[in-house]
Design a protein around this ligand. Sequence first.
Ligand code: ADP
Ligand code: MG
Length: 281
Amino acid sequence: MSDAAADATEAPPAEAADEADDSEHSGPPLEVRNLRKLFGGIVAVDDASFTVEQGSLTGLIGPNGAGKSTTFNCITGALKPDGGTVRFQGEDITGMRPEQVANRGLVRTFQIARALPEMTVVENLMLAPQGQMGEKLWRSVLPAARDSVVTQERELRERVWETLEFFEIDHLAHERAGNLSGGQQKLLEMSRAMMTDPDMLLLDEPMAGVNPTLEDKLLERIHDLREDGYTFLLVEHDMDIIMENCERVIVMHQGSVLADDEPERVRSNEKVIEAYLGEDI
Ligand code: ADP
Ligand code: MG
């Protein structure tokens, strides 16, 4: 038997190769290089470079105005950067539109259209995939194009219920979204984000205004998802949450990355302490 034939017997079946498409990239899923964003004379993001490892829960912190939200906006397409590159799973996504970025599996909670307050929780989840993500969900939830509309609708409903149960808001399914508490709305927002079938989530202060019980629930769910292989980049001003939950912390200051290290080393980093002067860390 020739070498070529021997190789052929070891080649994965075509179907498996297709499935592996998304995960072909072996480096860190998110790579930000020399990112730069100006607002008039203000340099909001100043040559920021960092990576986020596959399956990690990485914190992004920094004093007010450090450039965290602008960085999120540049990564997820809400803003076009003035310089630098953003790569997701090996692909250059710099300057792509938000829906193109979301379709590739990179989703920002804040970016999901706000829940429609007059509609029920279930209705909000049924609608979440439309517009925001389109084809990616239809590929993952509804793999067979031959499926009838009825089957598709049933599968979408099943996914909605699984998601509601996962976030433990299924008892609120028929409640108007506008009637939910602040914390419940955050769980709804995360549910909506998950309906887009992301691989990585950027969370901008997801715990803000959430009571401690729901905060714990949200964190538990984030850890569960992380164990399932999802990757998280979390902006959160509560330093204890960052220190207790993230295995890596990136610190921004005046648009640049000041530190990128393990939580305990970040907390004792002199430059970080100085940047936060007067603030409690
Ligand atoms: P953070 O999220 O870390 O608090 P931001 O990214 O919101 O910081 O802001 C970084 C800097 O950019 C700040 O000086 C802020 O005032 C400025 N900035 C942010 N967004 C805009 C905007 N749309 N127009 C002008 N300046 C902005
Ligand atoms: Mg911000």
